[in-house]
Design a protein around this ligand. Structure first.
Ligand SMILES: NC(=O)c1ccc[n+]([C@@H]2O[C@H](COP(=O)([O-])OP(=O)(O)OC[C@H]3O[C@@H](n4cnc5c(N)ncnc54)[C@H](O)[C@@H]3O)[C@@H](O)[C@H]2O)c1
Length: 307
C-alpha cells in the first residue's frame, strides 16, 4: 500500500528503461512517493508488469513500449504524461544497454548501438521535457544515468564509457541552460546487480552476496537501493541541487568531483618548443599525484565490491 504522504504527491514522472533492474526500482519508488509514473520500456511485457505492479499497490501508472532513442517514442512520452495525468514534473533517463568489446574487436554496430541508446536516448526525452516545461513556463527535474565506466573508465567498455561520460557532460550543460527556468539536471553513477551486470560479477562475489542474504543482511547491490536518491532528485525538495554527478549504491550516496585542472607548467610567456616539454612535464605528475601512464581508475572508487 502507498504511504499517506510522499515526496512526489501529485507529481508525474517518466522513467525510461523501467521494465526491470534499476529503472523498475525507480518507477516503484516514485509511485510509492505519490507520483503517477509513465513506465517507458523497450520490452512491452516487462513495462506492463511494472505498471500493473504500481496500480496493484494503489498507484497510477501507464506503460509505453518503444525505443527511447526514437524521436517519435521520446516525444510521445511527454505527450502521454500530459494526456494521461495532466502534467509532467520529472524525467528519469535510465534506459541502457552494453556491447562490451576491447576496441580492436569492436564493430561499428557495437559502437553505434551503445552510443545511440545512451546518448540519443538521453537527448531526445530530455529535449521533449525541457521544451514542454519552457512552453508551460514551469520548472522540472531531470535525472540522467551515467556510470563509473564513463567517469573513471573501464576495460572493454570504450563505447559505453564514452557514452556515459557524454551523459555526465550533457547533464551539466542542461543544468546550466535550465537554471533560469528552475529546471534541474543531475546525473547518477549507480552500481547494482541486475541483468546487465550479473554476468560481469565474479562467482565468488555472487557466493558472498548469497551468503550475506541468507544471514538476513542488507543487500548492498539490490537495484532498489538506487531509487531513493532518484525520487529525491525528482522532487521539489532538491530544487537547489543541479549539475551534480552522484555515485549511488547500497546505503551510500557520493558526490563526484567535476573534471578540473589541478596542476600547471608554463613557459615564461612563450609558445612551447615540443623538445622542451619532456624536461618539464614530470612537474605535473609531482604536483598532482596523477600517474603518467594508463591507470586503472576504478581503483579510485570509494567502495570496493563486496569488501
Ligand atoms: N547495474 C549497474 O551496476 C549499473 C552501473 C552503471 C550504470 N548503470 C546504468 O543504469 C541503467 C539501468 O541499468 P540496469 O543495470 O538496470 O540494466 P537492465 O538491463 O537490467 O535494465 C535496462 C532496461 O532498459 C531497457 N532498455 C534498453 N534499451 C532501451 C531503449 N532503447 N528504449 C527503452 N528501454 C530500453 C531494457 O529493456 C531494460 O528493461 C543503464 O543506463 C545502465 O547503463 C547500471
Amino acid at each position: 500500500m502507498l504511504p499517506d504522504m510522499g515526496l512526489l504527491d501529485g507529481k508525474v514522472v517518466i522513467v525510461t528503461g523501467a521494465g526491470r533492474g534499476i529503472g523498475r526500482g525507480e518507477a516503484l519508488e516514485c509511485a510509492a512517493q505519490g507520483a503517477a509514473v509513465v513506465v517507458a520500456e523497450f520490452d512491452p511485457a516487462t513495462g506492463k508488469t511494472v505498471a500493473d505492479e504500481i496500480a496493484a499497490a494503489g498507484g497510477r501508472a501507464v506503460a509505453v513500449a518503444g525505443d527511447v532513442a526514437d524521436a517519435e517514442v521520446a516525444n510521445g512520452l511527454v505527450e502521454t504524461a500530459v494526456r494521461e495525468f495532466g502534467r509532467l514534473d520529472a524525467l528519469v533517463n535510465n534506459a541502457g544497454i552494453l556491447r562490451d568489446k576491447t576496441l580492436a574487436k569492436m564493430t561499428d554496430e557495437d559502437w553505434d548501438a551503445v552510443v545511440r541508446v545512451h546518448l540519443r536516448g538521453h537527448f531526445l526525452p530530455t529535449r521533449a521535457a525541457v521544451q514542454h516545461w519552457k512552453a508551460e513556463g514551469k520548472p522540472g527535474h531531470v535525472v540522467h544515468t551515467a556510470s563509473t565506466s564513463g567517469l573513471l573508465g573501464n576495460f572493454g567498455q570504450s563505447n559505453y564509457g564514452a557514452a556515459k561520460a557524454g551523459i555526465a557532460a550533457f547533464s551539466t550543460i542542461v543544468a546550466m541552460e535550465g537554471a533560469r527556468g528552475g529546471i534541474t539536471s543531475n546525473a547518477i553513477a549507480p552500481t547494482a546487480l541486475t541483468a546487465m551486470t550479473l554476468d560481469l560479477m565474479p562467482q565468488e562475489y555472487k557466493d558472498q552476496r548469497d551468503a550475506a542474504l541468507e544471514r538476513g543482511e542488507f543487500d548492498f547491490f539490490a537495484p532498489e537501493n538506487v531509487a531513493p536518491l532518484v525520487a529525491f532528485l525528482c522532487s521539489d525538495a532538491s530544487a537547489h541541487i543541479s549539475g551534480k554527478v552522484f555515485g549511488v549504491q547500497g546505503d551510500s550516496i557520493e558526490i563526484f568531483q567535476p573534471f578540473t585542472s589541478v596542476a600547471e607548467v608554463t613557459n615564461g610567456g612563450k609558445r612551447w618548443d615540443p623538445e622542451d616539454i619532456g624536461g618539464r612535464i614530470d612537474e605535473l605528475w609531482t604536483a598532482s599525484g596523477i600517474q603518467a601512464g594508463a591507470e586503472n581508475m576504478m581503483a579510485r572508487m570509494r567502495y570496493k565490491i563486496l569488501g
